[in-house]
Design a protein around this ligand. Structure first.
Ligand code: LLP
Length: 416
């Protein structure tokens, strides 16, 4: 499932020891396995080979250029949500015909740059946005393809901050309004409204909500076709869940098997936008224990990574496994103790894990926060004026620095 394994009680990424990487590059440190990354991309590609979709990696999960470029070289497109992600995407060398652009708040400037670069699709989230894209496309004399993002009003079992396909969420357009758009598409003379987009949420572990959403959309497409609207593309978003602790998510193959028959009914080209599934388990965050602090109420392992480096536990109460980089086998004299693993940030919400058991944990030990590849670095910040971490990618026996650690000068370089 991933390439982080113990050899002689030491954690390795592929054939490189994590201890060695921590010594060389310092901590906190994000470490990625190139093999795990590529394998997960290929898993989806192979699972869907019957319909050969365009797989656009969702850059918000991890927008490091080396990571995106690795996937682009494998044939992936990119799913973006901002002018900044477009800028990064273009730096990877991806064909702009493989870029899809979602998000409820695209600015006129962002829209203009994306049209100039002739991206494949805007995934449009409201009528005012549709009007604006039409206006800008007219000004530029370019006919732009757009997909209407549907909000299918489906509840997916996941954290409330990461559901997006429920009627109360800010995303997408309801079926009725979407129908009006398609049936009056000649009103938008500079647009080719030829796709439908749907993304119901993230870290979804079963196929059922996906199937429900796609079924509703397949019916919708059929209905519109009878009325003469030509929908050529269906983008089913991302959202595939991964294993953080004891989830039993559907595999790519199970997911494909469940949704392909429904997709076939829609008879369109298909786009997927996976993020977490591809990069989630391909990355870890390595951190060092700076202090062990015992209080009457709790034991704390105070580590050098904080919520600014990995915010998922603080923000969503997300669970990440935390493993010792040097594993201790249990021998009678050694003590198993329970700790809250916390960072140095001045907030009580700054924790990476609660009530975690370790054998003989000591000051100076290295810990590995697992499954940190997606929404880890990409959501990190400089809170408490902490320089952001370095990132390293391992390929076999080699490790490459793919982002240097920020310096104190970096912290102030944009200030006047
Ligand atoms: N497509 C769209 C339109 C999206 O909004 C997202 C994620 C994706 C694709 C990729 O979803 P994935 O395959 O990664 O589930 N920060 C949260 C997750 C937020 C997801 C936002 N949208 C977390 O750390 O769990």
């Amino acid at each position: 499932m991933h390439d982080f394994n113990y050899k002689h009680n030491n954690l390795y990424c592929e054939s490189v020891s994590i201890e060695e990487l921590a010594r060389k590059y310092g901590t906190p440190l994000y470490v990625y396995s190139r093999n795990t990354l590529i394998n997960h991309y290929r898993k989806i590609k192979e699972a869907f080979s019957l319909i050969n979709p365009l797989i656009c990696f969702s850059m918000k999960a991890n927008s490091n250029l080396s990571i995106c470029r690795t996937l682009v070289k494998e044939g992936a497109g990119l799913d973006i949500v901002s002018g900044g992600e477009l800028y990064r995407a273009l730096k990877t060398g991806v064909s702009s015909r493989k870029i899809v652009y979602a998000g409820v708040g695209k600015t006129e400037k962002e829209i203009e740059i994306a049209i100039r670069h002739q991206i494949l699709f805007f995934n449009v989230e409201s009528i005012p946005e549709l009007r604006l894209i039409n206006k800008v496309a007219g000004r530029l004399g370019i006919r732009q393809k757009v997909a209407v993002r549907i909000n299918p009003d489906i509840k997916a079992r996941t954290h409330k901050y990461i559901t997006t396909g429920h009627g109360e969420n800010k995303f997408g357009i309801d079926f009725e309004t979407a129908k009006t758009i398609f049936l009056n598409s000649d009103k938008y003379e500079h647009l080719n409204i030829s796709g439908i987009h749907v993304h119901i949420g993230s870290q979804i572990v079963d196929a059922e909500p996906f199937i429900k959403a796609i079924e509703r959309i397949a019916d919708f497409i059929k209905d519109l076709e009878q009325r003469g609207a030509g929908i050529r593309w269906l983008n089913i978003g991302g959202g595939l869940g991964i294993i953080y602790s004891n989830e039993r998510p559907q595999t790519a193959r199970e997911y494909a098997k469940a949704v392909i028959p429904v997709l076939k009914r829609a008879m369109t080209n298909v786009i997927l936008e996976p993020g977490r599934f591809i990069i989630g388990n391909a990355g870890i965050l390595v951190t060092r224990v700076n202090y062990l602090k015992e209080t009457p109420g709790k034991n704390f392992a105070i580590v050098d990574a904080g919520m600014n480096d990995l915010i998922r536990p603080s923000l969503y109460g997300a669970h990440h496994e935390i493993l010792p980089v040097r594993s201790q086998s249990y021998a009678g004299s050694k003590k198993i103790r329970t700790f809250d693993v916390v960072g140095p940030i001045c907030e009580s919400g700054d924790f990476l894990g609660k009530n975690r058991k370790f054998i003989d944990l000591k000051q100076g030990d290295l810990l590995s926060v697992m499954g940190a590849g997606a929404y880890g670095f990409s959501m990190s910040s400089n809170y408490n004026s902490r320089p952001r971490t370095a990132e390293v990618m391992v390929e076999g026996t080699k490790a490459k620095l793919i982002r240097r650690r920020e310096t104190y000068e970096d912290l102030i370089k944009t200030e006047l």
